[in-house]
Design a protein around this ligand. Structure first.
Ligand SMILES: Nc1ncnc2c1ncn2[C@@H]1O[C@H](COP(=O)(O)OP(=O)(O)OP(=O)(O)O)[C@@H](O)[C@H]1O
Length: 267
């Protein structure tokens, strides 16, 4: 197991957000983080990045992740945020080049030829080469999301964390992104991705971690984790799981929302 989280707890403004979260994400695989709105998925990703005060342990390939120096952590892992503000004047290529900063020498002002090749590959992988000279801020939401993935890939991370990377993508781009992530996993990258689309999670993830109310409630292969019982208790829906005749992956057919208080926020 490559990413190992044990007894992770986080509080914000005195309110517990994550409580005793424990799971393992296998090396060179895609692990999906699923759970309803407010379950704590983004908080968990921030905790893995060392951005929050935490209790518990987060280990990746023998490293104590939250306590690594920033530059060492950036050489090991990359993060694709749901949406990230970027400096107004930067071109798409400049944004992707940011992924090489953790590897640059202090005196380096331009990306090296090797860095240039890595940046070009990241642009090509994400289908963003065609607008690499454009200002980043002129791109559509889906285009910007692909560029953020390119920037993270340019970091050549051992561990790639993504928070809802398909939220702005059309269905073709969703398939292309998850296919790209599969290729990266097969090449040895460990991928931990928060997803809302459970059918995409069932099809592309090797392993799922389910968060509900800040706690891990299930973990395992998609076929074992995604059950009508889990969808009822965690998401408050009546649903059926139908095997996809093409590949056997479970497909979720939603019948109805059964938890009437689902939209009521609690204090
Ligand atoms: N400063 C804070 N004080 C109290 N509660 C907070 C604070 N910040 C976040 N929360 C709560 O923490 C919970 C977890 O938030 P988080 O953004 O991690 O959830 P999520 O699973 O990523 O949700 P979504 O699927 O909607 O993006 C939410 O209920 C949120 O309202």
């Amino acid at each position: 197991m490559t990413l190992s989280v044990t007894g992770l707890s986080v509080a914000k403004s005195g309110t517990p957000i994550l409580t005793d979260v424990s799971f393992s994400a296998p090396a060179g695989r895609i692990t999906g983080l699923i759970g309803p709105n407010g379950a704590g998925k983004s908080t968990l990703l921030a905790a893995l990045l060392g951005l929050l005060q935490t209790e518990g342990s987060v280990r990746f390939e023998g490293h104590d992740l939250p306590n690594l120096r920033r530059r060492d952590r950036a050489q090991l892992l990359a993060f694709v945020e749901q949406s990230a503000a970027t400096e107004e004047r930067l071109s798409v290529r400049d944004v992707v080049a940011l992924g090489r900063i953790p590897f640059e020498a202090a005196w380096q002002s331009e990306p090296s030829p090797n860095d240039q090749a890595i940046i070009a590959q990241a642009l090509a992988d994400t289908g963003t080469t065609g607008f690499s000279a454009r200002r980043f801020t002129t791109l559509s939401g889906g285009e910007q999301q692909r560029v953020h993935v390119a920037r993270a890939l340019a970091q050549q991370p051992r561990l790639l964390l993504l928070d809802e990377p398909t939220s702005h993508l059309d269905i073709r781009s969703q398939l292309q992104l998850l296919t790209l992530l599969r290729q990266k996993a097969e090449a040895g990258m460990s991928i931990f991705v928060a997803l809302h689309d459970l059918n995409l999670a069932a099809r592309f993830c090797d392993h799922l971690v389910v968060l509900a109310n800040g706690r891990t409630t299930a973990e395992g292969a998609p076929t074992d984790v995604l059950t009508p019982e889990l969808l009822r208790t965690v998401y408050g829906v009546a649903a059926r799981l139908v095997p996809d005749s093409a590949n056997g992956h479970p497909l979720i057919v939603l019948d109805e929302a059964i938890a009437e208080d689902h939209w009521q926020l609690t204090d």
